[in-house]
Each structure stands twice: as structure tokens, then as C-alpha cells.
Write a protein that binds this ligand. Sequence first.
Ligand code: PEP
Ligand code: MG
Length: 938
Amino acid sequence: PARAARAKPRAKSATAKGLAPKATRGVRAAAGPAQYVYSFGKGRAQGSGAMKELLGGKGAGLAEMSKLGLPVPPGFTISTEVCAYYYERGHTWPKGLEREVERAILELERDQDKGFGDSANPLLVSVRSGARVSMPGMMDTVLNLGLNEATVEGLARRSKNPRFAWDAYRRFVQMYADVVLGLKARREEHASPFGAALDQLKRERKVLLDTELSGEDMRELALRYREIVRRETGQEFPSDVRVQLWGAIAAVFRSWQNERAVAYRAMNHIPAAWGTAVSVVAMVFGNLGETSGTGVCFTRDPATGEKRFYGELLMNAQGEDVVAGLRTPQPVQTMEQLQPACWRELLRIQALLERHYRDMQDLEFTIEEGKLYMLQCRNGKRTGFAAARIAVDLVEEGILSKDEALLKVEAEALDQLLKPVFEPSEIARARKSGRLLTKGLNAGPGAATGRLVFDPRQAERLGAKEGVILVRQETSPEDIKGMRAAAGILTARGGMTSHAALVARQMGKVCVAGAGELDFDVENSSVRVGGRVLKAGDWISLDGSTGEVFEGQIATRNSEVMSALFPAAGEKPVSGPVLRAFQKLMQWADQVRTLEVRANADQPDQARVAVAFGAQGIGLCRTEHMFFDGAKIDLVREMILATDQAGRKAALDKILPMQRADFEGIFEEMAPRPVTVRSLDPPLHEFLPHEDAALHDLSRKLEVAPEKLRARVQELAELNPMLGHRGCRLGITFPEITAMQARAVMEAACNVLVRKGRTVEPEIMIPLVGTRREFELQAAIVRETAEAVLAERSLKIPYLVGTMIELPRACLVADEVAKEAEFFSFGTNDLTQTTFGISRDDGGRFLPLYVDREILPADPFATLDLPGVGALMRMACEKGRSSRPKLKLGICGEHGGDPRSIAFCHDLGLAYVSCSPHRLPVARLAAAHAALRAKARS
Ligand code: PEP
Ligand code: MG
């Protein structure tokens, strides 16, 4: 009841890293009695599993398990509201908190029949962090709290095990000094003085293992540790258990703002305002001897999703021993022999918890002298493979509905199912042996290995024979064929929507972009990175899912889904559980989504992949990509170099049949679906060679003097080509280009209709429109040409003429534009660039910092900026519909494949999202999520 009166935590933008945390959210409303502390244990709990926002995942899990009557050591959780208060009010505690904590301690003492600070029978506690979502290992924990020179003796007597007691004490001193007194932060560079003291004592005692040290040795070590604290901090190690407790509580709250946690939150889009809770839990010991132990387990395999109880156990150990990796744990199944009663109990509990939470659980447990305790339960982290498989299995086991299962799988997780992967053991080996060279943006996920090539033409030549990785300062459209031939692409410059990144994703290529540490030495055709010099021909490996770049060759294997859908010649398609889960999820997603999905594709092979991945059309065919292909480039250059309209027309006449053939190839794959073809967009200088050798080459081919060529290149050069003579501005100055393209589209549609008996619905799209008149002029050319072609062929093919919306001005005058345009397609790459005034090709240099400092919640080129770009889109939709109620609306910027942006597109009521072919499964699932969530809201 007290809850209802309290202010709901508000997610507000968080504080900048490294600054004194400012107010992160509203403090409690005045009304209602305060409750900051929630006790649990002995089959009771004040909180529950539903209270993650307030108690954090760990606190909520402990409360829920306690309520279920499971063996949980008792304790209490201090709510996330206290975390907010602590930061807002200059590291002070809210009124009444101390009294609540005292009361909870009293209850705990009664429960445990022990006294906090009681030297005869001491109560020891752990102080643990726990946010609303798990942030594994990011925040701090203190164990064995409540020990001092008196209570350690009491623990020794009670446990009849002085070695254990002194070992616990010395571990506590070290942990407390590191976490609470800040010793760890001070010694970033050198090894731990505690580790050094331990090694020193082992040398003195002439032993190798910690386990060979006696109780007396542990006592000596604890005393030395305290001496280290005195030396390093100038203070005595605190003996007062209440001082210890409040010190630890504050330190765990502070760890919410440590560097690791801040970085993890930025990566996972977790608001700083959520805060962490702190759970204080009665200690149970897994290191009391051979009948004690500790472990971690998952109710299903978190890597594959297979339904098998999976976990690890370490006997006679405390949790941190498992984490530290000093001893190798055994499979949890060994418990059956060692502690059969505990094993039966654990099996019962894991099944019960999975059913209760209706999801795979990640559990932590401790066995203290033959008695099992559950320390944690939460939904387990898992790979994309496991996510898909577990969700589908849970439906088939009758635990989840299909809709619930869809919501359990993050859309992004599906991406993993399509990518080749590195063999995990190989990647570990590469890391261990120092072969990680650098890290860039994970622009195109997957694993690729090959020989380093600097020259795209060479990539084209060699790529057919063996894997090559194309390494460039940045890529230009001219590199396209080299990019296609390469197994992976690595660039020093460029962000997530740089040319390299978007072309790579569209091709489904592995790509690491913006790896700024690459230092090119063009003369020696080498690149310096990570202290190495790599030459052309050297082996290099890219992990496009993490952005990591490795030296050397690392073995990869094809994904199950890809080898099933697109088996290589002679390859027998495999059909395993991953493929099955993938297909089921896609089928269920298609049943609930209302957004259509289209692909951005400009080659028949891309169209084929798109159809296989469920594309309902093409949302963007960038015609300039075809211009670069084969013989066309020279004709295009001839057209650009022509000095008059007649010369241009002659060249265009030669381009027409080739362009038409391109469209036919795509239309045959796509018929009878709609295909949106965009008229020429990039500035013309991009098509001309800039380097001397290439210039001379062209001069010979076209029989034009090199000086004349160079002069034309210079004439076309622009200071700011992105804002220059591009988009519809080209078609306005050279209407014959638009006419040729419109003719090629319509003739191709006719030819396919005649050949196959069905054809696509062409949608011709004009780019970079800012005024109604621009569109009007271009649309007139398209319509006139289309009608002429249909009349010549005596055929009827419905077609649409529409525009891209990629300038703020287009949004502002969308009602005017919609009077002429039959559809809008949001080009959010340019719309983001022009709304922010941030170059999409250069933003990569500083946008990561913006995200890191929480100036922006995410890279706006990857995820739609809703308050800015999103508001413009909303305005364009409303204005557009006001003059044309049935206006067809879609999106074809890179955001069309981003789940959070897709949710927004659903809410705007767009008809479709269009994205790279390989993103389609992600988009289908994200569209299903959006529909399900909207339904739940209404
Ligand atoms: C856009 O700007 O969002 C778009 C799709 O066009 P391009 O990326 O080709 O500029
Ligand atoms: Mg654009």
C-alpha cells in the first residue's frame, strides 16, 4: 500500500560519466510512510519477484524464492530509491533508513540466532549489488562482513575450524579494502599488494598452494593484510561492524557509477536513473570443508538452448574462487555422487523455478555442510541461438503462448543465426596469444578471415580464389566490386551509416568500420596497427559482431540457417534445431505483424536473398550502384563528360539497354511484388577517377585529352558534395538522365510481364526533394516517359511516382509535396544528417563519445532520434496525409532494420520498413514485437 503513494521512478537522461552524479530522478513524493528496506527469509518476504524496479533483479529473486518456500539465506534489500537519494542528496541517506536497517538486522539476528558483532556467535553478511536488469560483474560485492579481531575468534570456536575463520577474515579485509576503501582503484597499474603478501607468505612457508597454508598462517596473513591497509590508507581497518556495514552499502551504491558499469549501461541502453538496489544477506559458506561447495547453473544450455540442466560446481570453495578461475569447477552433475540429497533438491528447484518464471533461469547456489541454499535466480543470458530455441521449445512444452515466446527473443538476436561464426576455442586462443590488434565499429556482423588487400581491384581478382579482407582508409562507391569479392571489409574512417557500413550490411558482408588506429603507409603498402606492421597478403580476421580485428587466420563455420536456406553447390543442407526454431519464430512473427517488410537491394542476387528472407518488395533500389558495374562505368563517364545535351543523350542511349537488363534481372526475382527504384542520387564527380593512373587510363579509352578530363573533374568537384549537386538536383539539371531511368524501369517491367506473365509494381522515387516544384518537375518527366512506354507496348502496368523524405524542409512542406507525390519513403540517413547537421561519413569520429557521455542515448545514424528526426517524420506523416489520406508511407534509411526504430515506424502507421536483405528476419520479429506491444498498451 505504501508503494502506491510513492513517486514512480522516472527515466531521465543520466549523468555524464566521471562527473559528480547529479539528480537522477525525483525523490519520493511527500505522502505515504517511507519503506526503503524489504526483508526476506524463512518462507516470507516483504517484496516479491514483480518488484524488480525497486529491489533489483537479485532482491526481487531472493524475495520470490523465499515466498516459494525455497531455501534462501535470510536478509533484506535496500531499494533503488535509496540509490537515487544517495546521489541526489550529496551522498547522504534518507531519513528513517538507519532505523529500518537496524530493525532488519535485529530480525536477521533473531532468524539466525546470532548477533551482528557478537564475539561469541557472530552473524556475518554479504552486501550485494543488483540492478533491475543484470549487469554481470559490473558492480561490487562485499562478502564475510561482520568479522573483526573478536568475532573471528568466535567464528573459529563455533565452526571448530580456525583456518576457515581466519581465511574468511583475510578475504574480507582484502575485499573491503579494495571495494570500500578504494585500494583497487589506486593500484590500477600494479599487482595487488594482497596477492604479493600471499605469495610472500607461501615462499616463507615453502608451499605452493593456498590450501597448504595452516590456520595459523591464515591468521598471520590477515594481520599482514590489515597492516597493508594501514600503510596504504593511513587508517586502521574498521572493527566496528556497523561502520563496516554502512561503508559497504555506500560502496555498492557508488559502484553504480564506476567506469565499467557506466560503459555497460551505455552499450546496453540502460538508463542511469534506474539505480541499483543493495541486498544484505546472511552468509552461508561453501568453504567449510568437503561437504560444502558452491556453483552456478542454468536450467537449459545458454549457448545452444538445448534442454539440459547445465552448470558448474566447486566443492569447498567460495563464489569468488569460481570467478577467479584459480580452480577448475566440475560439471554440476557430479553433485549426484557427492551430495545426493542436495542434488535431488537442486533438480526439483531448478524445474520449479523455470516453470514459475516461465523462462530459462540462471541460478547460484551454495552448499553449507550438506545443506543447499539458493543465492540467486534470474532469467539467464543466452546466445541468439539459445534464445530462439528456448522460446520455441517453451511453446511446445505448453509453458508460453506464441506471442509470449516472440517477446522473449530480442529481434537483434536473430542476426546471430545468419552469420558465420569463429570457432570459439580459436578466438580464445587468438586473444590469449595477443593477436587482437584493434577494435572498430561492429558495422557488419559475422566472422571473416582472409588475406589483407589494400586495392579493391586486387580484392576483386583474388577474392574469387581465396578469402580476402579489403582494408581501406574509407571506401567509395568505386570499391563496390572489390567489396563484393572480399570476405570482409575493414576501414579506418566512417560510422555506422558510412558507405562501407551500409553497403556491407546490404551485402551481408562482415565489416569493421572506423578503426581509427589503422595507420596506413601507402608507399610500402602496409598498415601499422596494435604495434604490428601488416603487409598485403598477410592473414587478418574480423569479428564484425564485436568490431575486433585479429592478426592471423581464424577458422570459421557457416551458420545452420544460411547453409539450409542457401546451400553451396554440392553442399547437403542441414536441418537442425536452430533452423527449426528460426522458421517457427518467423512464421509466428508474420502472423502478428502489421508492418510490411521490404529490402534495400540493387542486384538480382540480393533480391533472391531478400525473397528467401521474406521480403514483400524492394523499398530502395539505388540505381547508382548499377552504374558502377562492368562496362557501364565508362559509358556513365562518357555521359558526364559530354559537353552538350546531344552528347549526353548519345551516351544515355547506350546505357539504357544495360540499365533495363539490370532491372529485368531484379524484377524477375521480385515479381509480382512492388519494387521502388530511385533515380540517380550521388554527385557526378563520384563517378570520375581521381588518381592519375586511372585518369590516363580513361583518357585513352575515351580518346579525350587528360587535361580536359582533369579540368572536368575539377569543375565537378564540390566543397560539400553531400549538400551539393546531388539527388533530384541532378535530374533537374539533366532531365534526360531521369527520363532514361524511367524508360529503363518501365520497359523492363513490360518485358518481364511478357516473358513471365506477371511483373512487379514499379514505384519510381525521386531523392532529396525539398520543394513541391522540384518533385513536380521530376514526376512530370517520369509520368510522361512511363505513359509513352506503356503506349508503345500497348500494356497496362500500374506504377507509382513518389519521393524520398530526407530533408527537414520536405517534412515542413509535406502537405504540399503530397499533393504531387503518391508515396513517401523516409530516407532517414540523410534526414538524420541534415536534421543534426552531422555528416554521416564523419560523425563516427565523435558520436561514440557523445553516447559515452550520454549526450545522446544512441548513435542517431543507427537508432532513430525520436525527439528530433522522429518529430519531423511524424509531422511529415500528418501533413502528407492531410492532403492525401491514403498516402503510402515507408522508410528505407538504415533505421528500417533497427528494432527500436521499427517500433516507432509501427506507431507512426507506416506501411512498410525497408532494410538490407540480411536484416529482414530481425525486422520481421521487431515488427511483430511492435504490434504485440501496441496491442498490450491499447
Ligand atoms: C537515406 O538517405 O536514408 C537513403 C536511404 O538514401 P542514401 O543512403 O542512399 O542516401
Ligand atoms: Mg539519401
